[in-house]
Design a protein around this ligand. Structure first.
Ligand SMILES: Cc1cc2nc3c(=O)[nH]c(=O)nc-3n(C[C@H](O)[C@H](O)[C@H](O)COP(=O)(O)OP(=O)(O)OC[C@H]3O[C@@H](n4cnc5c(N)ncnc54)[C@H](O)[C@@H]3O)c2cc1C
Length: 435
């Protein structure tokens, strides 16, 4: 039997929900957290790179017992055509620092750990409980929730919507609009299991060091998309995602793209002999600043993916989720400490605090993420990767052709593919998109 009145109810036990519930519970608020999954993390999908600073702000000593896979010492950025990749690799021993900056994690394990911390902080956490409806008072203020469990409504001063990208409760409750296909990506991911020493040998790693590869190119078949390969201790996460509107327009299937990525000659040897144990698919909000809905109202705040707080250009989501959850909780604690009611006016503090954080400062830079991603996507994801490969091969092959002729051939190939004006206009569009 659970009590039916709380200071706060948090809907969802992902990154943002756990950050919010932990922060409020550890500061003495009576918190109920509801999660529809069998256990926290059972429904959640991430690549997954976790950014340490943002967790450190919530649980400073998390490294003592959090299930971390590898700390990243190397990042490879690849532009691929069908048979090659052109890459920038950055590796530094500086990343072997006492408190590493980025780790790979497996969400099913990580979320369970985070949830244990939430319980230890004093919150009540109920899994296998789907919130079906928000409860409003006569003036429209959100005052509680109904769930799929027997019993009546559960009431709280404030509801934190941390329900993830689809945000069905917020949409049904009229707090935000339906997701647009051009503002959300669909990503698929597989977990390839290999012995630890094989992973270390293939990527030149020792101990807990990790390496990640992020790749754009012909594998996304002209659509704006990104492939990724992340090393865990005994597995490799491999995936690819593209905008839902692109999938709809091209009728391509995500698993066909994943198969193409797996069989690419640059990727195939890295996963050779592995055993695939998991396949997952999930949406990622990629609408940028313009897609962010109203973030607070009478009796509610929305955080994380449900608030579209995701930086697709920098492939960051969980850190924005944790930070928005923490900041929303801190704002609620402040309002509570002044004995203020959880009105829209008072909860505006959350938005003010978020405005001052990296979350909205970064996203403001990408006002319209779809336009940026769609800036001549077929050229950027197909034509240029092929040209880059040709240019690199032409440069490296020593065959007696005078260098001046090689340079002319490369320039001619670019002009033939896009014309001088095409090249200039692509450069200008790209520069404006990234401005
Ligand atoms: C393939 C992929 C790769 C990614 N890679 C990275 C990466 O490498 N680094 C990074 O920082 N980010 C990455 N992201 C983004 C990151 O996963 C998200 O930004 C982050 O998980 C958002 O956290 P959240 O708490 O807002 O939502 P979620 O983690 O989705 O949690 C929402 C929770 O709410 C629960 N829920 C939903 N509705 C209800 C309901 N009605 N009642 C009760 N519970 C409910 C769900 O079961 C879920 O547990 C990736 C995303 C994907 C899909």
């Amino acid at each position: 039997m659970i009590e039916d009145e709380f200071d706060a109810i948090v809907i969802g036990a992902g990154m943002s929900g756990n950050a919010a519930a932990y922060t409020m519970a550890s500061r003495g608020l009576k918190v109920l957290q509801l999660e529809r999954g069998e256990y926290p993390g059972s429904k959640n999908v991430q690549g997954a790179i976790m950014y340490a600073n943002m967790l450190e702000e919530i649980i400073p000593d998390f490294r003592d017992d959090a299930p971390l896979e590898r700390h990243l010492v190397e990042q490879r950025l690849w532009v691929m055509d069908d048979s090659s990749h052109t890459g920038i690799h950055y590796r530094s021993d500086d990343f072997n620092e006492a408190k590493p900056n980025r780790y790979t994690i497996i969400r099913a394990q990580f979320d369970k750990w985070f949830s244990r911390k939430v319980r230890e902080a004093g919150a009540t956490v109920l899994c296998e409980t789907t919130v079906t409806e928000l409860v409003h008072d006569a003036k429209g203020k959100v005052i509680g929730v109904r769930t799929d469990r027997a019993g009546g409504a559960i009431y709280a001063d404030v509801i934190v919507l941390a329900e993830g990208v689809c945000g069905l409760l917020g949409t049904r409750g009229g707090l935000r609009k339906m997701l647009k296909p051009e503002a959300v990506a669909l990503a698929v991911k597989e977990m390839h299991f290999l012995p630890e020493e094989v992973i270390e040998q293939r990527f030149g790693l020792k101990g807990d060091e990790g390496c990640v590869i992020e790749a754009v190119g012909t594998t996304s078949r002209g659509m704006a998309g990104l492939g990724f390969l992340y090393t865990n201790k005994e597995s490799i996460s491999l995936g690819i995602g593209c905008l839902v509107s692109d999938f709809a327009a091209t009728m391509e299937s995500p698993y066909v793209l994943l198969d193409a990525l797996k069989s690419h000659p640059s990727i195939r040897p890295l996963i050779a002999g592995s055993e695939v144990k998991e396949y997952a698919a999930h949406l990622i909000p990629e609408g940028g600043y313009k897609a962010i809905p109203q973030l607070f109202g009478d009796g509610w705040v929305v955080v994380g993916d449900a608030a579209q707080l995701n930086n697709a250009v920098h492939r960051e989501g969980s850190n924005l989720a944790m930070t928005s959850g923490r900041i929303a909780a801190e704002a609620i604690v402040k309002v509570k400490s002044r004995n203020g009611p959880m009105t829209k006016r008072n909860l505006a503090l959350y938005k003010q605090m978020l405005d001052r954080s990296f979350v909205l400062k970064d996203l403001r830079k990408y006002k319209d993420m779809p336009a940026l991603l769609h800036t001549n996507s077929s050229n950027f994801f197909t034509t240029y990767p092929r040209l880059m490969s040709q240019a690199a091969q032409n440069f490296m092959r020593v065959d007696g052709t005078p260098k001046i002729e090689k340079e002319k051939a490369t320039t001619a190939a670019f002009i033939k593919a896009r014309s001088r004006w095409g090249l200039v206009s692509d450069a200008v569009r790209l520069a404006f998109a990234w401005r």
